[in-house]
Design a binder for this molecule. Structure first.
Ligand code: ADP
Ligand code: MG
Length: 718
């Protein structure tokens, strides 16, 4: 008794040659329609033994009035329709105790179906019709099956008709094509539902002769017939009436036919099986099998050809969607680059972050999160965290002081600022004479200062000569609400270019090393005068100051939570606004692209659903020749991937071309915009990802529908 090992070798070997051809016990089949039960087969029990001469097959007829359940019985025997109860065994095998995959292999290797109306696929050539079952074997097997198909067509007298379509055939020829299709995988059993019902008597006789030959080869033929003459030519006639066995007749057969000269030896256990061919892939992984792609391309091609205008329009949606994805990312990134370039060109590479204590904190706030001012260590750490931050200067602003020198006092408010060695440059202050604040000043907390032109005028220091390094520098005395200190003037600021750019009084600056400011103000708890409440950062060329400013702001917000109040902004409002607008615009485009893709995908889903409706017969036939439900599922996904892939690639390529055409046009219209070929890898890969997701997404629902196909209904559909 073959066990699991034999099962893996092949199903055919499991059919037992000497076991009864059919053994039915209490077979019942009910149809449930609108909660009404129709008993189609009631308690059918009989047994048909195999022949004593095992090299020849049986020829059985199933007869009975219309509606008596003959077709139903045939579908049950072929493993396509699950009985409600009872057992069926075919050559000793309880086919309904198997799982669907095993039954599918049984159909592929052991059963050939022939139908009354031939059930050829009208759009397919004769050869393609015969080769239907070859879709479910491995690719290496296909050439030999093609040869076999040609041989079968030749043998059935159809030589030279391979390329015709079914509409170009006579009834007899069509039925012979259907028989060739049934014989492709060399099945042990032929199940024929009124194979001569649609043929004239001469042609019917030809077909019956073919069936006789098939029996001589060792195949068992079970055919349904209304023709008593045909029935009488069979060894046994199973007569049904209203779903029950009427009787089994055994007519005397006068074997008048001449034995065919070239009979094909049907050997047990030689048919290729899916498992032997490595087609056992389970579930969705079947989608990855190359075989499915071959099939998907050919069936999508057929689908496109069937209704080109409607389907191309649908696919146009997917193409547009993909084009939208590509353009939105490319344009977005292109514009971003241009804006960054503008930042660079305008020299706006800096941004400022303000941070203040949040005085509205609840009393219970833990002390460690308290924020008073920016600390130097913290800023140094920040530049390590964000390598694109090149320089920074902590800045302490304070106002309201009196500055005196040589009996003169500046009466107007002076804007005092503690900075580091980058401070002057980052604050866009340039020197007229002398020097700025140096790193050594910062390190040594030198009591030095650089003064603005206004201060210099009022103190009559405008003509200071800094060339003599030995000369004593003028010592200024500064008095604010709380602080009293002195500093020596080491440099004079140039007259400001524009009055609008900075806050504080123009020309009224007094710049000090930040370490000196820290030293003189001490750690007074009562005042925040001289606190470092803002930092100016400079980013590396090419980096995005706006984005970094957001990151830095976020850094402090996260570190101090509600304890601090942080705000960041770049020094260019216009660009910042533009960038913000661009982000919103880009977000909108993403939305549009997304919606377009969804619409495109829905179109494809619909198109495949419609095509599945039109192809019910094909799907049913595929199941009959051995496809499993998951094979149909994979086929549909494959088709939708193939269609979306095609459309998506068209969209991708054409949008790249169109985009460059537009960019070229822009570069002609605005000479300052230079034309460059941009292949945005992100955009291209996002487009590819969206192609694949639309392909899978739009195929999912139809795939599940195909998987759940009611095979018998599909085969009965006219
Ligand atoms: P036969 O082939 O002997 O003419 P069938 O096996 O095709 O008969 O059908 C047997 C009975 O089952 C018929 O009465 C038919 O109306 C009924 N039947 C077939 N298919 C269905 C179905 N899907 N739902 C309900 N009844 C059905
Ligand atoms: Mg019928």
């Amino acid at each position: 008794m073959p066990g699991d090992a034999a099962g893996r070798r092949g199903i055919e070997s499991e059919l037992q040659q000497a076991a009864p051809v059919l053994e039915l016990r209490n077979l019942k089949l009910d149809y449930l329609t609108e909660n009404r039960k129709t008993e189609v087969l009631r308690n059918l029990s009989f047994q048909i033994d195999s022949k004593a001469d095992l090299s020849r097959g049986r020829k059985l007829a199933i007869c009975g009035p219309s509606g008596s359940g003959k077709s139903t019985l045939l579908y049950i025997l072929g493993g396509l329709l699950r009985p409600t109860s009872g057992s069926v065994s075919v050559f000793g095998q309880e086919i309904w105790s198997w799982d669907e995959a095993r039954r599918a292999r049984f159909r592929a290797s052991s059963i050939g179906f022939v139908y009354q109306n031939f059930h050829l696929l009208p759009a397919w050539s004769v050869l393609d019709n015969v080769m239907l079952g070859a879709d479910y074997v491995s690719a290496e097997q296909v050439p030999s099956l093609r040869e076999r198909a040609m041989g079968l067509l030749d043998r059935l007298g159809l030589k030279g008709l391979e390329a015709r379509t079914p509409s170009q055939l006579s009834g007899g020829q069509a039925q012979r094509v259907a028989i060739a299709r049934a014989l492709l995988m060399n099945p042990r059993i032929i199940l024929a539902d009124e194979p001569t019902g649609a043929l004239d008597s001469a042609t019917a006789q030809e077909i019956m002769t073919i069936f006789d030959e098939l029996c001589d080869e060792g195949r068992t033929v079970i055919l349904i017939t209304h023709d008593e003459g045909v029935a009488q030519s069979c060894e046994q006639i199973i007569r049904l009436r209203e779903g029950e066995l009427d009787r089994i007749d055994e007519p005397d057969i006068q074997d008048s036919r001449s034995l065919s000269s070239a009979v094909e030896e049907v050997r047990w256990s030689t048919s290729p099986t899916k498992e032997a061919l490595g087609l056992g892939g389970s579930g969705w992984s079947a989608v990855l099998q190359p075989l499915i792609w071959r099939r998907a391309w050919s069936s999508s091609w057929k689908l496109l050809r069937r209704n080109p205008s409607r389907n191309l329009l649908t696919l146009f949606g997917v193409a547009i969607g993909v084009a939208a994805v590509l353009s939105m990312i490319t344009i977005g990134r292109f514009a971003r680059e241009r804006i960054l370039e503008s930042y660079d060109r305008l020299g706006v590479r800096s941004f400022r972050v303000w941070g203040y204590t949040n005085w509205n904190l609840p009393i219970s706030t833990p002390l460690e999160t308290y924020f008073r001012e920016f600390k130097d260590e913290e800023l140094a750490a920040l530049t390590r965290l964000f390598p694109d931050l090149e320089h920074y200067s902590p800045t302490a602003n304070f106002w309201g002081g009196q500055v005196s020198y040589g009996g003169r006092t500046v009466t107007e408010d002076v804007s005092m600022m503690g900075v580091n060695e980058h401070g002057l440059r980052l604050n866009e202050l340039s020197l007229r004479s002398g020097r700025g604040i140096s790193a050594i000043d910062v390190l040594e907390r030198n009591a030095v200062c650089v003064i603005g032109s206004g201060v210099a005028r009022e103190l009559e220091l405008t003509n200071l000569d800094f060339s003599n390094h030995q000369a004593e520098k003028p010592l200024l005395f500064i008095k604010t609400n709380r602080l009293n200190f002195a500093c020596r003037v080491v440099g004079l600021l140039a007259e400001p270019k524009s009055a609008s750019s900075r806050r504080g009084r123009v020309g009224q600056e007094l710049i000090l090393p930040h370490s000196y400011v820290r030293a003189i103000r001490g750690e007074s708890p009562n005042s925040n005068e001289g606190d470092f409440n803002n930092v100016i950062f400079e980013v590396r060329p090419g980096a995005d100051p706006q984005m970094l400013s957001k990151h830095v702001e976020q850094f402090f917000k996260q570190k101090y939570g509600v304890a601090g109040d942080f705000r960041a902004s770049t020094n260019n409002r216009v660009l910042e606004q533009m960038q913000r607008f661009l982000e919103i615009f880009n977000g909108l485009l993403i939305g549009v692209a997304f919606v377009t893709l969804i619409v495109g995908a829905t179109g494809v889903t619909n198109m495949i659903l419609v095509s599945l409706g039109e192809r019910l017969r094909e799907l049913g036939l595929r199941r009959a020749v051995g496809a499993e439900p998951r094979d149909l599922r994979a086929m549909v996904i494959g088709e939708s991937m193939a269609l979306c892939g095609l459309a998506g690639l068209v969209g991708l390529v054409s949008s790249i071309l169109l985009l460059h055409l537009v960019l070229y046009g822009v570069s002609l219209a605005f000479p300052q915009v230079k034309f460059v070929w941009t292949f945005d890898l992100l955009a291209i890969s996002m487009s590819l990802i969206s192609i694949v997701s639309v392909g899978i997404g739009s195929g999912l629902y139809p795939a599940v529908r195909a998987e759940q196909l009611d095979v018998v209904a599909a085969l009965r559909a006219e």
